[in-house]
Each structure stands twice: as C-alpha cells, then as structure tokens.
Design a protein around this ligand. Structure first.
Ligand code: GLN
Length: 201
C-alpha cells in the first residue's frame, strides 16, 4: 500500500484526490491518501510521496507556519531528509518548493516569480512539451508563477515553447501549471510509479 501525503492547507486539493485515484487505478497501484494539515499528520502518515497543490502560497505559508499547524517547516525538513521520495508541487506548490523560506535551501534548483504573467493573461491554457512524460500535455495556468532561472541542479521536465514551466531536482517536480485540471493524469502516474519503484523513476 502506497501512502501519498496531500498538503491540505488551502487551494486546489480535492481535484488532486480524484487525479490520484484515477492514476492509482491506471497504474494498478494501491494508494492510501493521507491529508496533511499539521506536522503530526506528516509524522503519522510517513508518506511515500507528497503532493503540494496550487492555491495561494501566501495563505499556505500563513496557515502552514501557524503554531497550531507547523506543517510547512516540518514538511520542508522531511523532504530534505527523504530525498528519494517523490514530491509533486503544482503552481503555489511549485513556489513553496523553489522558495521554502524556512531558512534552508530551495527544494528545487530554480528561482520563481509569483503572478508573473500579469493580470491580462493571468489564466490561460496551452499545449506543453512534457519531456518527463515523453508527450505533449494540456497545461492549465491560473495566476501562474514563472521560473526566472533554473540552476544546474534542475532538469527541465516541461516546456511551453522556449519557456521552462516544469523543473525537477532529484524526484521533486515543480510545475507552474495545474496538471490535476486536465484529463491527462500523467504527472500523477509519474508520482505514484516513482514512489512504487522505491523512489527511482
Ligand atoms: N498566484 C498564486 C500564488 O502566488 C499561485 C496560483 C496558483 O496556485 N494557481 O501563490
């Protein structure tokens, strides 16, 4: 039984549950989803994989660093010390991975800029080139961030034209779009299959 920890602080959480269930069916992997709200939820779940959804990173930081939760600092530390277990961070989740603001280093080797597409184009859809999946992927961008740069420790996982919209450091994948909102659940399958293979993709 594979345990997946889903960060439930705020944002687009429930659609990820549906995508994970579908991915589990398609990959024929038995999955248990553990909802993470507090540091103690993370310790109790001891997850094989983590999803950090999109939403509003400022709100997630507030709720996740509140002493009643303490989830974010515990999660970032957990990710650093379990570095083969796969992590999928989408949109606001990608912002948290690139810029955890907990005094430790970034969890993916990239610099990210919030709300970088501006108001006039703050939501759009585009066909992406997902080298990680070996195919095109329908990208849904909602007030999305942009990678300003990606370092040597970041592999390009997804491109929108020339622009990098998905990076991977080890098994941590940061996507600036919302993969749970398209019919293709390839990234959720990647997460489960990587976890099922003991952390190696
Ligand atoms: N604009 C949000 C932020 O800054 C991210 C948007 C999203 O997750 N859809 O956190």
């Amino acid at each position: 039984m594979l345990r997946v920890g889903l960060v439930m602080l705020q944002g687009a959480r429930h659609v990820h549950i549906a995508a994970l269930r579908l991915a589990a069916d398609e990959s024929d992997i038995e999955v248990e989803i553990h909802e993470l709200r507090k540091a103690s939820d993370l310790a109790a779940a001891d997850p094989h994989a983590i999803v950090i959804p999109g939403g509003e990173s400022t709100t997630m930081r507030l709720t996740g660093t509140d002493p009643t939760s303490g989830l974010l600092p515990a999660l970032f530390e957990w990710i650093r010390s379990n570095d083969t277990r796969p992590v999928l961070g989408t949109c606001a989740g990608a912002i948290l991975l690139a810029d955890p603001q907990d005094g430790g280093g970034p969890l993916v080797d990239a610099v990210i800029d919030r709300n970088a597409y501006g108001r006039q184009a703050d939501s759009f859809q585009a066909t992406l080139e997902a080298s990680l999946l070996g195919r095109d992927f329908p990208g849904v961008f909602i007030r999305a961030p942009r990678f300003l740069s990606n370092g040597e420790g970041a592999e390009v996982a997804v491109l929108h034209g020339d622009e990098v919209v998905g990076v991977m450091t080890g098994n941590r994948l940061a996507l600036t779009f919302h993969p749970e909102l398209s019919a293709d659940i390839g990234f959720h399958r990647w997460l489960l299959e990587t976890a099922a293979n003991g952390g190696s993709a």
